[in-house]
Design a protein around this ligand. Structure first.
Ligand SMILES: [Zn+2]
Ligand SMILES: [Zn+2]
Length: 317
């Protein structure tokens, strides 16, 4: 059977297609899950001994504890990848939500919201965080409401509207610019909830905010697509076209705070391969077959000797 050419690795770990398959979950801290486990065990034991009322009380306490923890943390979003894996994208912080809403990049720290943007911004960030914790799935599809999203997980209409307004306003503020740092995560978190972006989109390749209802990439990226080669033994890694460094200096109370946020990846097309020695290597051209060690002069001689030795061995058999 011929080998299937490997698809390029997703540089950004998300695409609009993958966001349709997003799942949400909350990491429960260890001390909380230990306590829930203890209460559940106690409930089982009490029930077996015939103390049904006390067993019920324990079970209720365990459930309340779990629910309280569950809604106090923004859920982590899980996205399926082309290679069959799953990538988790953590929920934004309060400072990031406020920075998205008031168009600040790099993001503010949680404790700086009030100082920089005022108390109104801080309480707005609280409301947004509560909505983000409550809305943890895509909305029910029309006509298939019964089998689709759980009403509790989809949040109520007001919470969804609130988040939708946040998404649309944030994108409108950044139209024609590339998202940077935390902004990308906020976009992914909100669009993963099936919220309407109001005709604006973020390019999957360069993170430019542009006007289109469905396109995956902006006009510039579509005009000059990256064309990787697909040799059998190498997997292409697409270049990162996102914006470079962005810096800001702000006055917070009586401090001056400077922050820098950088691009995460290189602008060159590269390939990842596995050498015959088992080592993984990164190459800039698609013709390379060996890691640096095996590809060097000494490595070539050793390989040649090995091949000759195995040929002689098979001849003598
Ligand atoms: Zn683009
Ligand atoms: Zn090697």
């Amino acid at each position: 059977m011929p080998l299937q050419p490997l698809r390029p690795l997703q540089l950004r770990h998300w695409s609009h297609a993958a966001l349709h398959l997003a799942e949400f979950a909350t990491h429960i801290p260890a001390d909380c899950s230990d306590e829930v486990e203890r209460l559940s065990c106690a409930a089982r034991e009490l029930e077996e001994s015939g103390y049904e009322r006390r067993a019920e009380e324990c079970a209720i306490r365990a459930r309340r504890l779990l629910e309280a923890e569950h809604v106090s943390l923004p859920p982590v979003l899980y996205l399926p990848q082309v290679d069959g894996g799953v990538v988790s994208i953590s929920g934004p912080s309060q400072g990031e939500l406020a920075s998205w809403r008031y168009n600040k990049t790099p993001a503010l720290g949680d404790s700086d919201i009030s100082g920089v943007l005022g108390p109104e911004a801080a309480s707005e960030a609280d409301r947004v965080m509560a909505a983000l914790c409550a809305v943890r799935s895509r909305p029910a599809r029309r006509g298939r409401a019964r089998e689709a999203a759980h009403p509790l997980r989809a949040g109520d209409r007001a919470q969804r509207d609130h988040l939708e307004g946040l998404l649309q306003r944030g994108l409108a503020d950044r139209l024609g610019r590339q998202l940077h740092g935390y902004e990308e995560r906020i976009y992914v978190q909100l669009v993963g909830r099936g919220l309407d972006a109001g005709g604006l989109r973020v390019c999957e390749q360069c993170l430019l905010v542009f006007e289109a209802p469905r396109a995956a990439a902006c006009a510039a990226c579509r005009r000059s697509p990256v064309r990787p080669k697909y040799p059998e033994h190498l997997r292409p890694v697409l270049p990162d076209r996102a914006a470079g460094v962005r810096t800001s200096v702000r006055v917070v109370g009586n401090r001056v705070v400077g922050s820098i946020s950088r691009t995460r990846s290189t602008r060159q097309l590269r390939y990842i391969g596995t050498c015959q020695c088992g080592r993984e290597f990164v190459a800039e051209d698609a013709s390379r077959k060996h890691c640096r060690k095996c590809g060097s002069g000494r490595g070539r001689t050793a390989r040649h000797r090995e091949e000759r030795a195995s040929e002689t061995a098979s001849e003598t058999q």
